[in-house]
Write a protein that binds this ligand. Sequence first.
Ligand code: FES
Length: 322
Amino acid sequence: MSNLLATQIVNIRWEAPDICSLTLRPLDHVLKATSIQAGAHIDLHLGKGIVRSYSLINPGDTQSYRIAVKLEPASRGGSRHVHQQLHIGQSLEISQPRNHFSLDESAAHSVLVAGGIGITPIFAMLQRLQQLGKTVHLIYCARRRADAAFLNEIETLMASHADGMSVQYCFADEGMAIPDLQALLAGHTANTHFYCCGPAPMLDAFEQACAALGHAHLHLERFSPPEQAAPAASGSYTAMLKKSGLTLKVETGQSLLDAILDAGVTADFSCREGICGSCETKVLCGEVEHRDFVLSKEEKAANRTMMLCVSACKSEYLELDI
Ligand code: FES
């Protein structure tokens, strides 16, 4: 069931020519030191059914949530709404923070790779690693230095932890158009953890570079699904919604999320592409055909949760905790 939180926008600040950050004060709840984790995101409920996910950039903060939003030229309404309609003092409903890109805080050394607005979860990780006193190397790519958000904050963090932090900027307007990730990711110890957030081609190159170098501990977060052939349409099956007490017939090729919403049941969702994790739901019975890009191989094999928007059911009967 939906469980939205009330907040108020208390600050909006430009971080780059097309990136603004928003600070949201909780109105009906209290933040604990563990509420905002590095890599976590929240969904903004912007009205008229528009829901968008944005990474939190202030891990450990107990006063407010902070996010940064890039105005996308091909915006489907989310980033344009944030940039043009939201203002200080306005109330905004958000989801609970979720984390599908969590930091392994036990790792002695981490390498963070950010492309463009992919800096948002990476910036949170950098702050957290600095708080923990861990060593970290940041690779930050953008088309132009002027487009890169949080450069001053990153420089301040680096200066305060000079022995343990290093950074390499790859800005196309300074001659680093296509960074050679295999070269940039080489030379780290076997237990280093590697994190990447950015556009799809960068994530693909990151995965390939890590595979070629034999890096075992890689973590990434996608803004869009990777290009691949569309999966075959799933067959029909029966879905029992335990909390709602409803039994639905999901027709061949029909999205489970649509079947649930059509039945008048409230379900959280945002991207509808299997990348944000908003629609993750507990599975009580049934064999899921996982088609999302959020759950790990191990989590898919465990069959404990599923993404309603893209995943389906291999068995004839599915039971969900919704
Ligand atoms: S709505 Fe984003 S993963 Fe399902």
